[in-house]
Design a protein around this ligand. Structure first.
Ligand code: HEC
Length: 148
């Protein structure tokens, strides 16, 4: 029993030395949105979908660090609000529609995230604000023209 515990401790210490990519690359061009929409996206999505991730203390401790960094790096690959300029016009529109789809189905923000960040969970009111903004049409143009 003691040997197993000792082995676990050694493994736990050992995995702390496995490098984890925990970066915040420079912001290229942030998505342009009215303040109320920006506030929602920042509070609920930016930790995984921007280059402004707030890395919590537990994101520095393996094996949790692997999970957090994995979600952030994967999230950024799918959608990065800080690199809004890298998407073609059509792609941006598609992403905006996907955002509505994902929040309506309650797929986003991820449950593992709202567990530790309860205030990031979206209520119907905020989901509707996002939906109205995307469906306005003008919102799409605005986000494409990057006015702020
Ligand atoms: C804890 C990290 C995390 C948070 C917070 C988060 N996402 Fe995601 N998101 C991911 C990951 C990881 C993926 C890619 C894998 C997947 O689709 O599950 C993703 C994928 C997506 C996609 C692309 C789906 C596709 O089919 O390509 C959209 C759109 C999206 N998220 C929107 C949002 C929105 C909007 C919010 C905030 C309301 C949000 N996400 C919050 C991690 C996150």
């Amino acid at each position: 029993m003691k040997k197993i515990l000792l082995a676990l401790v050694v493994i736990l210490i050992g995995i702390q030395f496995i490098p984890v990519e925990r970066t915040n690359p420079p912001i290229r061009r942030d998505i342009s949105a009215p303040d109320n929409i920006s506030t929602i996206l920042r509070a609920s999505c930016y930790d995984c979908h921007s280059n402004e991730t707030v890395w919590p203390w537990y994101s520095k401790i393996a094996p949790v660090s692997f999970l957090v960094a994995g979600d952030v790096n994967d999230g950024r690959k799918h959608l990065n609000f800080s690199e809004w300029d890298k998407y073609e016009d059509g792609k941006r529109e598609k992403i905006l529609e996907e955002i509505v789809e994902e929040v309506e189905k309650e797929n986003m923000p991820l449950t593992i995230y709202t567990f530790t960040h309860p205030s990031a969970k979206l209520d119907p009111f905020r989901i509707n604000l996002l939906k109205d903004w995307v469906n306005q049409g003008s919102s799409k143009e605005k986000s494409l023209r990057y006015e702020k």
